[in-house]
Write a new protein. Structure first.
Length: 335
């Protein structure tokens, strides 16, 4: 049994505790939070779990082999570093760190200590995303042309990061997982309606050498909640709606062909509208799949799906996007 400690029992901590409790091959020993009321709630729901106000009681506990970190982004690096130095495997909530320098340092330390360092990119474990990856890898969409994602809702406003750092990591991680190339350039624009000047609405554009363009819309200020992604190829188009309970993926056999008549200087466009295919997707909780992958990776010493390399790439893209925001939406090369 892999014995686990969880640091942070705020918004996401209860979900992590519940899922790790249901995973075979591990046991949650202790939960840490700075608020007594949150710890009392954890104890009420899971009486067998120990509670503590001190992270050190988990980090310095020789019985605990792995630590799950679900705290504000600003504390990810320091807590993950302490855990790795104490010879613990680490699963950290997204994003991995607040800078690529910190993320790189954690990866180097994890390699030196021969420990698993994983990031909680839950959507990579969605059966819908797994299906999409199979379709792309089998070239059923043809040459990928665009990735267009909308992730908007009302709240939850964060105090230490803007909406891009909060919501976009989900879509960027999927993008990195599905498209096997680095972006050529990154551009971001956004606006803040809050006193702390952190953007609550933002748009991110990534351009690729192959011609792919990716666009991600994020907002904490929408009256409706939307979690939708379109992935277009020159053969077929996928519509992925994570809020749809039964038909999360729709595959459209739809496209177009363009040719030009130089004499008339016209573009002639012919459209193809075919069938819509809706694959059956089982209703399985991705977070449990993520928890199981963490435990399996520890036992087998194999790299998890949501590995630290994707974690670093996501942070690097966010970092460049932040520079673009501060430079009045300048397009910045990915280096």
């Amino acid at each position: 049994m892999i014995k686990i400690g969880i640091i942070g029992y705020g918004y996401w901590g209860p979900n992590l505790l519940r899922n790790f409790f249901s995973v075979n091959g591990c046991s949650v020993i202790k939960v840490c939070d700075l608020r007594k009321k949150r710890l009392e709630l954890a104890k009420k729901q899971f009486p067998s779990v120990g509670i503590t106000l001190q992270a050190g009681e988990i980090i310095n506990n020789d019985e605990i082999e792995a630590v799950v970190i679900a705290t504000p982004v600003s504390s990810h690096y320091s807590l993950a570093r302490r855990c790795l130095l104490a010879d613990k495997h680490v699963l950290v909530e997204k994003p991995m760190a607040k800078s690529s320098r910190e993320a790189s340092a954690l990866i180097s330390l994890a390699r030196k200590k021969e420990k698993i360092l994983m990031v909680d990119y839950t959507f990579l474990y969605s059966l819908a995303v797994r299906k999409i990856k199979k379709l792309i890898d089998r070239n059923e969409l043809g040459k990928i042309q665009y990735f267009d994602s909308t992730r908007i809702n009302l709240g939850l406003f964060q105090s230490d990061i803007n909406v891009l750092w909060d919501l976009a990591p989900h879509d960027i991680s999927m993008l990195c997982h599905l498209i096997h190339e680095n972006p050529r350039s990154i551009q971001a624009t956004g606006i803040s309606h809050t006193v702390n000047k952190l953007e609550n609405i933002a748009y991110l554009t990534l351009k690729y050498k192959s011609g792919i363009i990716a666009h991600i819309s994020c907002s904490w200020s929408s009256p409706v909640k939307i979690r939708m992604t379109l992935i277009g190829g020159d053969k077929k188009i996928i519509r992925y709606d994570d809020l749809e309970p039964t038909e999360k993926i729709k595959i459209y056999d739809t496209g177009y062909n363009i040719r030009s008549e130089e004499k008339k200087r016209k573009l002639l466009v012919s459209y193809r509208v075919g069938d819509i295919y809706i694959p059956k997707i089982d209703n399985q909780e991705p977070l449990k799949e993520m928890a199981e992958d963490f435990i399996k990776s520890i036992k087998s010493h194999n790299e998890p799906i949501a590995n630290c390399k994707i974690g670093l790439k996501v942070v690097k893209i966010l970092e460049i996007a932040q520079r673009s925001l501060k430079s009045k939406s300048k397009e910045i090369p990915y280096q």
